[in-house]
Design a protein around this ligand. Structure first.
Ligand SMILES: *Cc1c(COP(=O)(O)O)cnc(C)c1O
Length: 370
């Protein structure tokens, strides 16, 4: 789909994604570490923003290396970017080899079994198929333990498996003072020394802001590209990318003592004016934000009342004179950024982004009119 094409507003809600902001965020992150190249992590459909639109925007900004989680995501990315370098973070699952090779995808290998299997596939293919080596410096999730990586450093399997990049992943990058960051830096420096000549990749979005020691050769930001705050300890340096707006379907006045929504979870202590939005949890707005989230109507913060329904949200618009039938309310945007919505739902902005639905109109823009 051409991201410029406008979709008629057949839905009661609209998700606007600013591709220029994504490109600008990539350039800002790349500029944080001029000695390192900057990749883009675009797993989970580019953090919910849509691979089809996001990949060409990142490519045009100058990004050449991409990370996805799954083989299927890699295949989708390859269709869009014939010349990009694409790594599959979740690695080589049994049976994935032929499709990885057919689509020129690079698995991130994290065990001796994966290394041996990929080396065998390379040999059968008669050429060195590139891959990355994942070293586990503290996550205990994916990757070779440091001791095993050190032991394997001179082993011919590393060359046979076409290892072209060594990477590790931070446990607590967004907690800049956590001592685990320094421990992982030391462990990764030791691994790098054992693999001279191979480029290294260490930093996710928040890791980029942990200083030069965290940069190595290739940055791997995801969340910050899409407007999330990589530095929760200070104001967000990224441009916002996502805006979610829903139309007001009805406005009503309730008397003191009345309730609203399922199970009457909210009760008016005094007369209030309520507005019902044409958007609910089935659109990706988290039900866990019931009674805690907010929306903006004409710049006024309006609390979400009671339980969020599948297709509807009720707001208290008593203080928002612009709340009339057909007016729009902003659920994500302005100071209600993805981090704030995540907090209101007891989760993180990452989950808000990756949960964005497809039930509303998606509108891609290239500029400030988001
Ligand atoms: C998701 C992921 C990233 C990107 O992390 P952000 O915090 O979104 O920047 C980088 N590396 C690995 C291994 C990942 O799984």
């Amino acid at each position: 789909m051409d991201p410029q094409i406008e979709v008629p507003a057949s839905h009661g809600a609209r998700l606007t994604i600013d591709l220029a902001a994504i490109a600008e965020n990539w350039r800002r992150l790349a500029a944080e570490a001029t000695d390192a190249a900057c990749a883009a992590v675009v797993k989970a459909d580019a953090y919910g923003c849509g691979l089809d639109a996001v990949l060409p925007a990142l490519w045009a900004a100058g990004c050449r290396t991409f990370f996805v989680a799954h083989l299927g995501e890699g295949i989708a990315a390859r269709r869009i970017l014939p010349d990009g370098v694409i790594y599959v973070l979740n690695g080589l699952l049994p049976g994935f080899g032929p499709a990885l090779i057919a689509h020129d995808l690079r698995p991130v290998l994290g065990s001796r079994a994966e290394l041996a299997e990929w080396a065998g596939l390379s040999e059968a293919a008669g050429r060195r198929l590139p891959a990355a080596l994942h070293v586990d410096t503290g996550m205990n999730r994916l990757g070779l333990p440091v001791s095993e990586a050190l032991a394997l450093s001179g082993d011919p399997v590393i060359a046979r498996a076409g290892i072209a990049l060594v990477l590790t992943h931070l446990v607590s990058a967004e907690l800049s003072g956590d001592p685990v960051n320094a421990r992982q830096m030391r462990a990764f420096a030791e691994v790098r020394a054992a693999y001279p000549g191979l480029p290294g990749s260490f930093a996710n979005s928040s890791g980029i802001f942990l200083g030069a020691q965290a940069h190595h050769d290739l940055l791997r930001p995801g969340y910050a590209l899409f407007g999330g705050n990589p530095t929760p300890w200070k104001p967000n340096p990224m441009r916002p990318v996502v805006r979610l707006e829903a139309a007001i379907a009805q406005v009503r006045d309730v008397a003191a003592g009345e309730t609203c929504g399922y199970n009457g979870r909210w009760r008016a202590a005094e007369p209030r004016r309520l507005a019902t939005l044409s958007l609910g949890y089935a659109d990706g707005y988290p039900r866990a934000a019931s009674g805690r989230g907010m929306a903006l109507v004409g710049g006024v913060r309006c609390p979400i009342l009671g339980l969020i329904s599948m297709d509807l949200i009720i707001l208290d618009v008593t203080d928002a004179p612009e709340a009339t039938r057909g007016a729009s309310a902003t659920l994500i945007g302005d100071d209600l950024d993805v981090d704030a919505v995540g907090r209101a739902a007891g989760t993180i902005g990452y989950e808000i982004l990756t949960g964005l639905g497809s039930r509303y109109v998606r509108h891609y823009v290239r500029g400030h009119d988001a």
